[in-house]
Structure formats: C-alpha cells, structure tokens
Design a protein around this ligand. Structure first.
Ligand SMILES: Cc1cc2nc3c(=O)[nH]c(=O)nc-3n(C[C@H](O)[C@H](O)[C@H](O)COP(=O)(O)OP(=O)(O)OC[C@H]3O[C@@H](n4cnc5c(N)ncnc54)[C@H](O)[C@@H]3O)c2cc1C
Length: 399
C-alpha cells in the first residue's frame, strides 16, 4: 500500500506551508489584525487572498477551468491540513466552511447555467455563501428530513418560502444562499434545495446569535422567511431531492472540517511543544518529563489515527463513493482529537495557555463546536451502528 502523496499535491502542500509561515502567521500574531468578532479583519484578509490567488493556491477543490486547483479529496486532505496551521488559513485560500462545502456541492450537482450564476462568483471570491438548513425546535436539527418546518409552496413558476432558520454561518455577509425547505410529506422526498440572492425580498436576519467561540465572518444568524419568491430555475436538482443535496454536500464538507481541524490540532501541539522545550521545572526541561511525554504522545497518536481515517474516507470519495461510515468515523474521532490536542496544550503551557498570549484559548472556544456541527457525534455513532447492524462483519471490509 502506497501512502505517499502525488508529487503535484506534495509540492502544493509545501507551498501552502511556506505561505502560512511567511504571510499568515505574522498577521495572526498581531491582534490589531483581528476584528471585533476575533476573526481576521476584512481589509487584511483581502490582501492575503489576492496574494494566495496570484500563487495558484486558491479554491483547490474547484476545477481548473473555473479558476480552482482541480484537486480531489486526497489532495485537499493534505493541503487543508497545512492551511489550518493558521486559524486564518482556510479563509485566505478560499477553502473555509461554508463556502467550500457549497462550492463542492454546486460543482457536483448544479447545471452549467446554475454554476455560472451561483458557483462562479464564490470561486472568484466575489461573494460568500451560506447553507440554510437548521431550524429552532421543533424544526430541523439532527433529523432534517423528519422535522423540517420551513415550507416551499409552488405558485406558477415560482416557489414561495415561509419559515425560520438558525445558526446559519456567515449569513450576515453572504450573497448566495442554499436553502432547504419542505415541499412534500412523502417519505424520502420531503425536501428540496433552492438558491437565492441576498437582495431578493421576503426574508430577513432576526439576530446574530451570540456564541461561545470566535465568530466566522457574517456570524451565525437566525433568519425569518416570510414570502421569499424563488424562480423554479433556481431549484437545485429535482423536487424532493433535497436530502441527496445534503448528503452530497455534507459528505465532503464534514471531511474538510476534519482536514482543517487536524491542522489546528497540530498547531496546538506545536505551541505547547515550544513551551515545554524551553521551560524548566524541578531541575529539568518539561519536555524531558515522562508525564509530559505521555500527554504529547497520546495527542500525537490521535492525530495520526485521525489522518488515516480522513485519508481513507477521502480516497473513497475520490472513487465516487459516499463513504458514509468512513466520514462519520473521521468526524467523531477528529472532533475529539482537536479538543484533546488543545486542552493538552493549555495544560502543558500552564497559566500562559489560559491567557490570550497564545492562540490556545481562541482554539479551545472554537473547538467545542466540532462535536456539534454537521451532525453531533452521537448521530454519527448511530450511523456507524446502523451500518454495522446491516453489514455485520463486512462492515470492516477493505473494498
Ligand atoms: C457553530 C455552528 C455553526 C453552524 N452552522 C450551520 C449552518 O451554517 N447551517 C445550518 O443549517 N446549520 C448550522 N449549524 C447547526 C448544526 O448543524 C446543528 O446544530 C446540528 O445539526 C445539530 O442540530 P441541533 O442543534 O438542532 O441539535 P438537536 O437535534 O436538538 O440535538 C441535540 C443533541 O441531542 C443529541 N442527539 C440528537 N440526535 C441523536 C440521536 N439520534 N442519538 C443520540 N443522541 C442524539 C446530540 O447530543 C445533540 O447534540 C451550526 C451549528 C453550530 C454550533
């Protein structure tokens, strides 16, 4: 079995590493480059994005003819991990959620005309996008198809939307939206996906929900739909195929989260590794203490396991499979690993780890969402259990 990366992927990965070192980490080290939501200031980001694009380190998941890198999931796994060595990296390379997941699904299932209209501006960095699915209780959450309350009703050649959504990442700054709404009660055909532009009337942002962690640009918003009209031509796939869109989007999007989180986990260990290499206590460097090495070794091992799970799932996605079990296993494990690596690093850095003198507290607050977004860990365990119950011992087949 050959675990080496294709040469072009490895070359891009190393270019990203150098870019992050030379251009992004210096920006990240200066808190005056942060906005009020603890993200990179838009003006600073714009300059870095121009630079990344000029070096062909841009929208790697998109086809070359549309201005992207033409990478499959394996290539993305190697490169996204490098990007998120900086907390600002994915935004700089146009590889951040939710744009990245939205680009991937539009590229896979939209018509060419829809791609020109809805996808190309996201690839070009001219607009940002949101995925609009989750609703406050009793609406869609872990069980979107069963619980969705937002409706799309066909009137002539338009669909009219009514309902409420929340936790919509980036909604305040997005131009393009992918919306899931109920079009039927027929089992497995309940939902349909639509695209709309921010300037279309009939919807509004009710609030930007205050959260525990630092915020993505555009926040996490609660939205109300009160008669938004969407032309039928802006429907994605057939009526009733909304869950197909969700599965297509989330398969890759969940895995790209994992790719990025592994990069962040590695950076956390890098920060604490530097600290324990320099810090003395009780007559030796902290790094020479066995109990410190146990913490470092355990976190490092979990990152290794996470990378293998991610690469196996990425490879299966590149073969055209959904890789549902592999993606779920990676999502559960990497979410835990991210949290462990950061928590361990805070512990190893002592009081400094709890301060804003390092990035660790930023990462710690951010990381808690990993066990919730794009499916709570318990839901992914349920998916694994169902697959095992169906397949028996073949659940572990290599094919
Ligand atoms: C930071 C952040 C960003 C997000 N961005 C977006 C976005 O851009 N667009 C969007 O549409 N949504 C977004 N979400 C919403 C996210 O996808 C949902 O929170 C997630 O799907 C869980 O839904 P819920 O919050 O309604 O939890 P619920 O469905 O209410 O579940 C609550 C808890 O119950 C448990 N649970 C649920 N089902 C099971 C089960 N079958 N077995 C055992 N336990 C179970 C889990 O522990 C779960 O955490 C975001 C959420 C966060 C926190």
């Amino acid at each position: 079995m050959d675990f080496s990366l294709p040469p072009d992927v490895d070359e891009t990965r190393l270019n990203i590493r150098a870019f992050v070192d030379d251009h992004i980490i210096p920006v990240e080290n200066d808190r005056s480059n942060y906005d009020v939501h603890e993200n990179i200031r838009e003006d600073v980001l714009a300059g870095l994005r121009d630079k990344a694009r000029s070096q062909n380190l841009w929208a790697l998941s998109m086809p070359k003819q549309r201005g992207g890198g033409g990478f499959g999931a394996v290539g993305m796994a190697a490169c996204y991990e490098e990007m998120n060595r900086s907390i600002f990296g994915p935004m700089v390379f146009n590889a951040a959620a939710p744009d990245d997941g939205n680009m991937v699904v539009l590229n896979k299932v939209a018509s060419e005309a829809q791609k020109d209209k809805w996808l190309q501006p996201i690839i070009d960095g001219k607009v940002r996008s949101s995925i609009v699915m989750t609703e406050p209780a009793p609406g869609a959450g872990s069980d979107p198809a069963g619980m969705m309350q937002t409706t799309a009703e066909k009137k002539g050649d338009k669909w009219v939307i009514h309902g409420r959504k929340w936790f919509i990442t980036g909604a305040e700054g997005a131009g393009h939206f992918l919306l899931l709404a109920r079009t039927s009660t027929e089992p497995r055909r309940e939902l349909t996906t639509f695209m709309f532009h921010k300037d279309q009337p009939g919807w509004r942002i009710l609030r930007r929900i205050p959260i525990m962690g630092p915020e993505e640009h555009g926040g996490h918003c609660e939205m109300e739909f009160d008669g938004l009209e969407i032309p039928d031509e802006d429907r994605l796939l057939d009526v009733g195929r909304g869950m197909k869109v969700v599965q297509t989007r989330l398969g890759t999007a969940r895995l790209t989260h994992c790719m990025r989180w592994l990069g962040m986990a590695k950076r956390a260990l890098e920060i604490s590794g530097d600290y324990v290499a320099e810090r003395d206590a009780f007559g030796s460097k902290l790094r020479d203490r066995e109990s410190v090495q146990l913490l470092q070794g355990d976190a490092a091992m979990n990152i290794m396991i996470g990378r293998l799970l991610v690469m196996q799932a990425a490879w299966k996605l590149d073969q055209g499979e959904f890789a549902k079990s592999e993606v779920s296993a990676a999502k559960i494990h990497v979410a835990d690993t991210l949290f462990q690596a950061i928590d361990t690093s805070i512990q190893l850095c002592g009081a400094k780890g709890y301060s804003k003198d390092t990035l660790l507290e930023w990462m710690y607050r951010y990381a808690r969402q990993a066990k919730l977004v794009d499916g709570a860990s318990e839901v992914h365990k349920m998916i694994l259990a169902r697959a095992f119950q169906d397949q028996g011992i073949d659940f572990w087949s290599w094919g």
